[in-house]
Design a protein around this ligand. Structure first.
Ligand code: AMP
Ligand code: MG
Length: 335
């Protein structure tokens, strides 16, 4: 199949592809999504094929205005209303009891559906010209999520109908996922909307164990996506926990031409081996926005091993930590 590259003035063409049951990669403020009509089970099944995604990992349905939620969910509780008022459009996904109209392919057979209203104007335009869109990240399953049209092209050329080039994504990590199908609500995946912001808005929110830790063998994931290998570059990523001095000492003793460092901007003058800067140490938002493209860059340059600081877990740092610890397969060295 030939994959069309579309610009943001060609969204009507993309909407027509969606209406015909095709697959379109669309920019959002988090990462690029691979979209199909959420009410077309056959089109949605093709998303799983194109990505190589396990069929038991459900998708997020993207809406362009709040009124569309009533076709998707059975209940819209008060806490969901508060979160929608405060954080939509934006990088927050809510899990709610699903309506009978949702095809099983979208919810992977669960009784719930994940819904989000993105803030990206082009994504919302595509939705309003077609339908609510089921869309996971537009990468091959397992690899880092795409934050530019080029990343999508590299993974998906020949596998999908079209890619809308909307430039680079702002947030750079996938949406925060909270389930409101349990009481108290539970944070399943951290993202651009922080745990602190959620608690301020609706009170108690439980941090799911799988955000920080690997699933124990036999344990059932609250969010099926958490049991899979994720975000992994081809290079081996190892996180280092310790002082700035011990970090620099450790990495500078590993100059072998095959190793690189994902560093903070402050480290740059002191590094004696190749590096890819992620932003300033205290700037978690910038680190989030650069992380996936930095992992892809390390692979493009052929590095075999990459060391990085182990991130902090407050604010958006929790999202950076969650992605990096999985990209590293939980390999952390305490210096
Ligand atoms: P992606 O779109 O690739 O960022 O993945 C969507 C994430 O949301 C995955 O981790 C899914 O497992 C999770 N998810 C989607 N729908 C549900 C649901 N109904 N219940 C729990 N987790 C969900
Ligand atoms: Mg994904």
């Amino acid at each position: 199949m030939k994959t069309l590259m579309l610009n943001v003035n060609e969204i009507e063409k993309a909407a027509e592809i969606i209406r015909q049951g095709g697959l379109v990669a669309m920019p959002t403020e988090t990462v690029y999504g691979l979209a199909a009509d959420a009410y077309n089970g056959r089109a949605v099944a093709n998303i799983f094929r194109a990505k190589g995604r396990p069929m038991d990992n459900p998708l997020i349905v993207h809406i362009s205005e709040l009124s569309q939620i009533y076709g998707l969910v059975r209940e819209f509780p008060e806490k969901a209303r508060i979160l929608a008022d405060k954080f939509w459009p934006g990088p927050l996904t809510m899990i709610l009891p699903k309506s009978a109209r949702i095809p099983d392919e979208v919810s992977a057979g669960l009784d719930t559906v994940a819904v989000r209203c993105p803030s990206d104007v082009n994504a919302r335009k595509l939705i309003s010209l077609s339908s609510p869109l089921a869309a996971p990240s537009a990468n091959l399953s397992g690899s880092p999520s795409p934050t530019s049209a080029r990343h999508v092209f590299n993974d998906m050329n020949g596998r999908i109908d079209a890619i809308i080039d909307g430039g680079e994504c702002d947030v750079g990590v996938e949406s925060t996922v909270i389930t409101l199908a349990t009481d108290p609500p539970r944070l399943l995946r951290p993202g651009g909307i922080t745990l602190e912001q959620l608690r301020e808005a609706i009170g108690e929110v439980v941090l799911d164990d799988a955000v920080l830790n690997p699933l124990k063998s036999g344990e059932k994931a609250a969010s099926p996506g958490m049991k899979y290998k994720h975000y992994a570059p081809k290079a081996e990523l190892v996180l280092l926990r310790g002082s700035e001095e011990s970090f620099l000492g450790f990495v500078n003793s590993r100059k072998d031409g095959r190793t690189a460092v994902l560093c903070y901007d402050e480290d740059m003058p002191y590094l004696e081996l190749p590096f890819i800067p992620l932003g300033r140490a205290a700037d978690y938002e910038v680190q989030a926005s650069r992380l996936f493209s930095a992992l892809r860059e390390a692979d493009d340059k052929g590095f075999e091993r990459v060391y990085a600081h182990c991130p902090h877990t407050d604010g958006v740092g929790l999202a950076v930590y969650n992605r990096m610890i999985r990209a590293a397969g939980f390999k952390v060295i305490d210096l």
